[in-house]
Write a protein that binds this ligand. Structure first.
Ligand code: TYD
Length: 211
């Protein structure tokens, strides 16, 4: 496959979605072939699965059901969008991917990283991102940012405790240590401009190298 698959990861309120949008705009301005997408979702079927997972009334959702639904949505997104875009040589910027499942379902929901990795490798047939940006922020700070922007979509996971968000952050740090070649950490506690600059420097290096 000839495109580049770059994923954006991190806890709540790290600003990754805003940064992703800006990086997308800049790559487009440079005339690059670029696609922006997100998980769970990114295709009609996968967006429907997203609605089931994130529905605030679905309080009985079992953790393994949730993990399987994320993997199912990922499979459909990959088949319909990621693989075809890579084959056509696009740079794909994806808001969350496999690492979100390892962290949220594997660690925070306590299923185990290896178990969750297994069902995900089944779903993706082993396809991993070329590079992953991990936007790191203290949960207290991230949640305060979300509270300041109350018009954001509210979902079931926003109800989680602070402890849950700390587990998420620690789990991302562990993954980063295990896979330093792929996962690049960005300090998201800086100003948005600084975070965008650092991300842009990294993405430019990766995309220019690939040409
Ligand atoms: P979303 O509204 O997209 O939040 P964010 O802006 O933080 O990305 O909701 C996605 C939520 O789904 C988020 O809390 C993380 C969670 N999630 C998982 O638990 N596992 C996964 O595999 C994915 C992709 C997301």
């Amino acid at each position: 496959m000839i495109g580049l698959f770059i994923t954006f990861e991190g806890g709540e309120g790290a600003g990754k979605t805003t940064v992703l949008q800006e990086i997308y705009n800049r790559l487009q301005q440079e005339g690059k072939k670029v696609v922006m997408t997100r998980e769970p979702g990114g295709s009609v079927i996968a967006e429907k699965i997203r609605d089931i997972i994130l529905d605030p009334t679905h309080t009985e959702m079992d953790s393994r059901t949730e993990a399987l639904l994320y993997a199912a949505a990922r499979r459909q997104h990959l088949v319909e969008k990621i693989v075809p875009s890579l084959q056509e040589g696009y740079i794909i910027l994806c808001d969350r991917f496999i690492d979100s499942s390892l962290v949220y379902q594997g660690v925070a929901r306590k299923i185990g990283v290896d178990e969750v990795l297994k069902i995900n490798l089944f779903a993706t047939e082993g396809l991993m991102p070329t590079k992953t940006l991990f936007f790191d922020i203290e949960p207290e700070e991230g949640l305060a940012r979300i509270a300041a922007h109350k018009n954001r979509e509210y979902n079931r996971l926003d109800r989680e405790t602070l402890e849950f968000h700390h587990m998420v952050r620690n789990a991302y740090h562990e993954l980063e240590k295990r896979d330093t070649d792929r996962i690049h950490m960005i300090d998201a506690s800086q100003t948005l401009e600084e975070v965008i600059d650092k991300t842009w420097n990294y993405v430019s290096t990766v995309t220019n190298k690939a040409q």
